[in-house]
Design a protein around this ligand. Structure first.
Ligand code: AMP
Ligand code: MG
Length: 270
């Protein structure tokens, strides 16, 4: 397992996205081949921990995944959860709000999809869009979205108080890497479905998004709902970091199989 400490943003600290290298593979000796090999035992450990969490059925884990377009949210889910029993793992994507969603406060659509006992829920985008795209595109006035940092911190505190462990991951890619990945989506027919013209508009606002991420992460990283900034230009390294974070988080949760019922000792099935 990797040392994930360098990627944790401590409460009160700045995310310092500018000072972090998205291409880092910090101290990992090998390259892609070794990196992929190192992921396999982590997949097995994650599967074991998820089975225990499901069997125990009294704690829950929420994983918030945020990234710029092509940042690797989908690929991370696919690779990190390989071999994990899909039962008990939920993935929810948050896109442009529907009219019904817009007719409510911004946490309404989010709260009802948080995990139940025993479950791991992954948010592919999340309530953070309401201080990211909403801020950059000016979808609501600043005096309204500014208050949301505090709402979000308190909302996450409520989830934690009621038994939900939260871990938040920003997959940090460079602007150059995004250009290559977007171009690949245009050039390779099988990838075109992932491309939308809006991605270019979003890319044009890169600096605005980085400023929005910087503030969102810095203001909402807490003891109970920490942010990690994951170097994500190398997919294999990104997977290793994310898997290590999830394994460490679940090991801390320490889920246990329920006590075996002693009355069942010696029962023989005819
Ligand atoms: P994708 O992840 O490629 O399916 O794209 C989803 C799109 O929905 C992204 O462009 C997000 O910025 C957008 N989106 C998600 N949440 C919100 C929100 N609360 N308000 C406006 N746009 C959003
Ligand atoms: Mg997209």
């Amino acid at each position: 397992m990797l040392d994930i400490a360098p990627y944790l943003i401590a409460p009160g600290a700045a995310a310092d996205l500018d000072g972090r290298d998205p291409g880092s593979k910090q101290g990992f000796g090998g390259g892609k081949v070794e990196g992929k090999a190192a992921l396999r035992p982590l997949n097995v450990t994650l599967d074991d921990l998820q089975t225990r969490l499901w069997a125990e059925s009294s704690q829950r884990l929420l994983v918030v995944l945020q990234a710029m377009d092509t940042g690797g949210k989908d690929g991370t889910i696919r690779s990190v959860f390989k071999g994990v029993n899909p039962q008990g793992v939920r993935v929810w994507g948050f896109g442009v709000p529907t009219p019904d969603e817009l007719a409510h406060d911004y946490l309404w659509r989010v709260h009802k999809l948080t995990p139940e006992n025993g479950a791991i829920t992954i948010f592919n985008r999340s309530h953070y869009e309401d201080v990211l795209v909403v801020r950059v595109k000016g979808l609501v006035p600043e005096e309204r979205w500014r208050k949301r940092y505090d709402h979000i911190a308190r909302f996450e505190e409520l989830l934690d108080d009621e038994g939900t462990t939260i871990v938040k991951l920003f997959l940090h890619i460079s602007r150059d890497e995004q250009r290559e990945r977007l171009q690949a989506r245009l050039d390779e027919p099988d990838k075109r479905w992932k491309f939308s013209m809006g991605d270019l508009e979003t890319r044009a606002e890169w600096d605005g998004y980085m400023a929005a991420y910087e503030e969102a992460i810095s203001r909402t990283t807490t003891e109970h709902a920490p942010w990690y900034v994951v170097p994500a230009d190398r997919k294999w390294y990104r997977n290793l970091v994310v898997s290590s974070i999830l394994v460490e988080t679940l090991q801390r949760m320490n889920p246990q199989y329920p006590d075996a019922d002693p009355e069942l000792d010696g029962v023989v099935v005819e």
